[in-house]
Design a protein around this ligand. Structure first.
Ligand code: F42
Length: 330
């Protein structure tokens, strides 16, 4: 079981890189950097992380084929692979409709887009000259003029069809979830895709919202805002799976609205219920978190990513995970 960590480049890059160095020193095996146009650029960030670290694997978690052409993604991740001495991984997903529409990009046919983009990226990374006449991706005689080396491709997926596609086309999947129920579903879907492709090796990554502190209540309180955003963006099917009443969900959405319009952020914390925290985060003391990670491992998760908030203090949480949790999972 590998431990990874996620950072959003919404802070000064020097600070983010310091966190990555600390993560490497504390036994984390992978760092994933999120990709949104309004934050610092993901590949510039990865280049800086690569130059200050020596062992940790690194990649976008996740980019998308709508805002960066698949050929440019291939070139960018191959460059990171060269700079990092072969440590790059490519995380790619369908992107987020609201964000893409702000840029005037139409978000259509996400499954087709993902399938065709991943096929093209893989061929380019293998050094092939690519002719591809897809439904949405068309390439004529494109080729990278430098060696990419091996770059595993991870697909961001939550939906039934995308999970299956990930199993079929990817080397791994990044599932944005924290609870065993979601992973029972995800692993069964991924296996269908793996079977289609005749695969046995695959990295199932739990891309969690994690919050660790010796004071368990403080850890849980820290996760509330992140959990509120997850609740606001999740489909009803997910609430049914976790037995969360839709009226509680409405309260969270209303509280977030009030926070944006009136600055009432404490109201958001109050609207998030314990059941929501349980379903959408792994938050608590190091022992509690270890127990939950072990449950995920039993279901077939092979990498756990500590995603936002990580803890009330990111620095302390990284050290706690390194000293109290990672050694117990070896
Ligand atoms: N998004 C970002 O923009 N930036 C990030 O940094 C980011 C990080 C991230 C990390 C992990 C992760 O799992 C996701 C992350 N995301 C990030 C979100 C990601 O970009 C995607 O939005 C998300 O993973 C896609 O979720 P999904 O698996 O639910 O897929 C969507 C597209 C979906 O609706 N899938 C359904 C399914 O069953 O899989 C149905 C898809 C479908 O069939 N659609 C159409 C149809 O006909 O019904 C079209 C069919 C076609 O041809 O495409």
């Amino acid at each position: 079981m590998m431990f990874g960590i996620e950072f959003v480049p919404n802070m000064e890059i020097s600070k983010l890189v310091d966190y990555c160095v600390l993560a490497e020193e504390n036994g984390f095996g992978a760092v994933w950097i999120t990709d949104h146009y309004n934050n610092r650029n993901v590949y510039a960030t990865l280049a800086m992380v690569a130059s200050r670290t020596s062992e940790i694997k690194l990649g976008p978690g996740v980019t998308n084929p709508y805002h960066i052409h698949p050929a440019l993604t291939a070139s960018a991740i191959a460059t990171i692979n060269e700079i990092s001495g072969g440590r790059a991984m490519l995380g790619i997903g369908a992107g987020d409709r609201t964000t893409l529409e702000k840029l005037g990009i139409q978000w259509n046919k996400p499954l087709t887009y993902m399938r065709e983009s991943v096929e093209v990226i893989r061929q380019l990374l293998e050094g092939k000259s690519v002719n591809y006449d897809g439904k949405v991706v068309r390439i004529q005689g494109a080729r990278l003029d430098f060696k990419a080396g091996d770059v595993p491709i991870y697909i961001g997926a939550q939906g039934a069809k995308m999970l299956e596609l990930a199993g079929q086309l990817g080397n791994g999947v990044l599932v944005n979830a924290s609870h065993p129920k979601d992973f029972e579903f995800a692993v069964s879907q991924v296996k269908k895709g793996m079977e289609k492709a005749g695969k046995t090796e695959f990295d199932v990554v739990a891309y969690t919202s994690m919050s660790v502190d010796n004071d368990a209540q403080k850890a849980r309180n820290s996760a509330k805002i992140v959990v509120a955003f997850i609740v606001a963006g999740s489909p009803d099917m997910v609430f049914e799976r976790h037995g969360i009443p839709l009226e509680d969900v409405s309260k969270v959405r209303e509280a977030l609205n009030n926070a944006f319009t009136k600055g009432d952020w404490p109201g958001v914390g109050k609207a998030v219920t314990d059941d929501m925290l349980e379903a959408f985060s792994i938050a608590g003391s190091p022992d509690e978190v270890t127990e939950k990670v072990i449950e995920l491992k039993k279901i077939g998760v092979t990498q756990v990513v500590a995603g936002s908030p990580i803890g009330p203090s990111k620095k302390d949480a990284i050290k706690l995970i390194g000293s109290e949790i990672i050694p117990k999972l070896a």
